[in-house]
Design a protein around this ligand. Structure first.
Ligand SMILES: Nc1ncnc2c1ncn2[C@@H]1O[C@H](COP(=O)(O)OP(=O)(O)O)[C@@H](O)[C@H]1O
Ligand SMILES: Nc1ccn([C@H]2C[C@H](O)[C@@H](COP(=O)(O)OP(=O)(O)O)O2)c(=O)n1
Length: 241
């Protein structure tokens, strides 16, 4: 039988605006799984640095600050939260000043090591499953996840979605900075443009959010069926010996 105590992990990577957060939350809600937004953790670390007196251009000082500060992430897909040293920063981390600065913190390798450790602990404790989204989940954080997806969409679609989300008041060059420039900077530490072996590519350009959620839920259900069949086959084999 499959180990029912094991956490079912769904890993979703992809560039900015490909739909990772909305899709992952939808999948987690449909399956009754937890949801972990790893980007929110890098954003929270960025909020912390900008709120402090630490020189953001000093990688060692930034990493030391992150190491000594409590960062908590709530994994309810209906209401994900994030706090820094007891301050709820769920809304504040979405501000443009954070989006503009986050790549500097996310490319700090010691900060990545600290946050990846914490992400793995959250994943290990989740039951019955968790959908984890980011840039390096399929490759580094949870390469053994039962379902691994690279969610992509054409750059024009991604910029248009972000513009729609931010509203007409945000200038085109700022939207471009939040999507295209940030992806270029983030790609220096994580590979999220090409799928690693075994990672399923889902292109959301021409799909509605519901259609993307359907596809990923389908992949989860197929994988769960395969695990049950494999467990049965192993069980039958054992009973005959
Ligand atoms: N398949 C889709 N079709 C149209 N819009 C989408 C789709 N998926 C997500 N969106 C919208 O695009 C925007 C960016 O999605 P989000 O989930 O934040 O992407 P990411 O987490 O990859 O940056 C949101 O406004 C979201 O509602
Ligand atoms: N696992 C991850 C998740 C996010 N990041 C980086 C990449 C992004 O610039 C920031 C914020 O991620 P987030 O997923 O919130 O970005 P979007 O605004 O959804 O594009 O963190 C990362 O380096 N590794």
């Amino acid at each position: 039988m499959p180990d029912t105590d094991e956490c079912f992990v769904v890993a979703v990577d992809g560039p900015s605006g490909s739909g990772k957060s909305s899709t992952s939350r939808g999948v987690a809600q449909r399956k009754g799984y937890a949801y972990l937004d790893t980007g929110a953790m890098y954003r929270a670390a960025t909020w912390l640095v900008l709120d402090s007196a630490v020189d953001s251009s000093d990688p060692a000082a930034v990493a030391a600050l992150v190491a000594r500060t409590e960062l908590r992430v709530g994994t309810d897909p209906a209401a994900p939260t994030v706090s820094v040293a007891g301050t709820d920063v769920t809304a504040a981390i979405r501000e443009p000043r954070i989006s503009a600065a986050v790549s500097t913190v996310a490319t700090n390798l010691e900060v990545r090591r600290l946050l990846i450790d914490q992400q793995r602990q959250i994943i290990a404790a989740a039951r019955p499953g968790i959908v984890v989204e980011g840039r390096d989940i399929t490759t580094v954080v949870a390469p053994d996840a039962q379902v691994r997806v690279l969610l992509v969409a054409d750059p024009q679609a991604r910029v248009a979605r972000r513009k729609n989300e931010l509203g007409e008041t945000v200038a085109d060059h700022e939207v471009h900075d939040q999507v295209i420039r940030r992806d270029r900077d983030d790609s220096t530490v994580a590979e999220f443009h090409d799928a690693a072996p075994g990672v399923r590519v889902v292109d959301s350009t021409e799909l509605s959010l519901d259609e993307v959620v359907d596809q990923i839920v389908g992949l989860i259900d197929d994988q769960a069926d395969r695990s049950v069949s494999a467990g049965r086959a192993a069980g039958v084999g054992q009973s005959r010996t």
